[in-house]
Design a binder for this molecule. Structure first.
Ligand SMILES: *[C@@H]1O[C@H](CO)[C@@H](O)[C@H](O)[C@H]1NC(C)=O
Ligand SMILES: *[C@@H]1O[C@H](CO)[C@@H](O)[C@H](O)[C@H]1NC(C)=O
Ligand SMILES: *[C@@H]1O[C@H](CO)[C@@H](O)[C@H](O)[C@H]1NC(C)=O
Ligand SMILES: *[C@@H]1O[C@H](CO)[C@@H](O)[C@H](O)[C@H]1NC(C)=O
Length: 427
């Protein structure tokens, strides 16, 4: 077993660094052949909740800018909204404080300190506040010397920071990878994961590892390895608050299906980043697209907005239990995309099953173009083979439309920038 002393020495003494890193690499390579997937029992379905970055970003300029301020009132107001407005019952659970939460310097013991102005009562207080409402608390760090916004990072403090987060009652840790070499990405995430485990506090481990491998170091991420150490991982750019950014995300996960889908399931999730609901940039049909695609992917569903700015329409979508059932299906399968006349048709088997043989299926027909498009679809060609047929639920209207045999063809008009989502239950 390596010790924290070994790692500390390895980092501080340049003489021994490469030698010891080589030993660590061997050690972790051995581990890698023993372990299969990260077995911390967490994130059996994709996490749902709220995260500060997308909308509040580095919201430190609070004077005269209260509406964009990342502080304890904001986090408490999200917890209150989840508790009061039906989100918690629908499954929204994690409230995650992203970058820019800390002081610029650690304390005299090297411990991270919450920003004294914006989080005057500290992070343990905030964790307690969130837990008192039956919700879960998430935080953020980076495995370089500094975070992406140049607050203190965890590289030389992996063990201490893991214990600090545990002490504060953290249930979910987002770990970024700005300013990290390819070599250290490939060991740092593993090391921090081990330290989190040693705290004995269950924490969902969200890694940005593959994002930095693919987009900064221009290599193919090794999802087989990443899924052994992380509960979820970012593998595309930060979402921007625009329709174009959303369309780019949808296309990325369509193209990446073959690489990602085999390493996606209970406890291990590809993460396309936050929803942009509540920001006023999406039309109703565009917001249906984002939610439908995330549900079909079995992706984490994390809001990032002022909860008071979510429209009644968006709230109804976010709390549509037929859709959440698809998003949170225990099988956790990533829907497979097909192209039909310019429309992406995502197909996902899920529970309930009839007997052992016949799962239910959801179909989402996503049209990213402006123009309407016509699609003829024969579900029987895509795995729906129960001879007793299926009943078809329109997920957005909540209406059962018709019954279907394995031979029937549906002739559908998918409006521009819109989605049709059906769930088909075996009869
Ligand atoms: C308000 O805060 C946001 C988020 O940090 C920042 O982008 C913006 O520049 C700030 N506006 C002013 C007027 O300080
Ligand atoms: C630590 O790892 C072991 C072995 O994989 C696992 O059984 C345990 O649940 C983990 N504990 C925590 C707190 O993550
Ligand atoms: C139905 O399809 C599933 C795969 O989707 C397959 O495992 C099963 O054997 C098929 N059953 C019949 C009766 O064709
Ligand atoms: C679909 O089939 C079920 C079970 O046979 C039946 O109860 C229901 O009325 C049918 N629905 C339609 C729209 O035909």
């Amino acid at each position: 077993m390596y010790t924290s002393q070994m790692i500390k020495d390895g980092v501080t003494s340049s003489k021994m660094f490469y030698f010891r890193r080589a030993i660590l690499t061997v050690f972790f390579t051995l581990l890698l052949h023993e372990a299969n997937l990260l077995e911390n029992g967490l994130a059996r379905t994709p996490p749902m909740g709220w995260m500060s970055w997308g909308y509040y970003m580095c919201g430190i300029k609070c004077e005269g800018n209260e509406s964009k301020c990342l502080n304890e009132q904001l986090i408490m107001s999200v917890a209150d909204s989840f508790y009061r407005d039906g989100y918690q019952e629908a499954g929204y659970e994690y409230i995650i404080v992203d970058d820019c939460w800390s002081e610029r310097a650690r304390d005299e013991h090297g411990k991270l300190v919450a920003d004294r102005k914006r989080f005057p009562r500290g992070m343990k207080f905030l964790g307690d506040y969130i837990h008192a409402r039956g919700l879960k608390f998430g935080m953020y760090t980076n495995i370089a010397d500094v975070t992406c916004m140049r607050y203190p990072g965890s590289k030389q403090y992996l063990s201490l920071d893991a214990h600090t987060f545990a002490e504060w009652g953290v249930d979910y840790l987002k770990v970024d990878g700005c300013f990290v070499s390819e070599d250290f990405l490939n060991v740092g995430y593993i090391m921090l994961g081990q330290y989190l485990n040693m705290t004995k506090r269950p924490m969902v481990y969200s890694c940005s590892w593959p994002y930095y491998i693919e987009f900064i170091h221009k290599k193919q991420p090794d999802y087989q390895v990443i899924s052994k150490y992380c509960n979820m991982w970012r593998n595309f750019h930060d979402v921007q608050t625009s329709w174009e950014a959303l369309a780019g995300i949808v296309q990325h996960y369509r193209r990446g299906y073959r690489d990602m889908a085999p390493h996606h399931g209970p406890g291990q999730w590809n993460d396309p980043d936050m929803l942009i609901f509540g920001t006023g940039v999406l039309t109703r049909s565009q917001s249906r697209i984002q939610l439908a695609v995330y549900a079909m992917l079995s992706a984490p569903i994390l809001l990032s907005c002022d909860m008071n700015k979510i429209t009644q329409y968006e709230k109804t979508l976010l709390q549509n239990l037929d859709l959440i059932a698809v998003a949170q299906d225990p099988l956790g399968i990533m829907a497979r995309p097909y192209m039909f006349n310019g429309v992406i048709v995502w197909i996902k088997p899920h529970l309930p099953k009839k007997g052992d043989a016949y799962p239910s299926f959801s179909f989402a027909l996503v049209n990213l173009d402006i123009e309407d498009s016509h699609v003829n679809l024969t579900p029987g060609l895509y795995g729906l083979n129960s001879t007793d047929g299926y009943t078809v639920l329109d997920v957005f209207s909540g209406h059962y439309l018709r019954n279907l045999t394995t031979k029937d063809t549906l002739s559908l008009l998918v409006p521009g920038q819109d989605v049709i989502m059906y769930t088909m239950y075996p009869l």
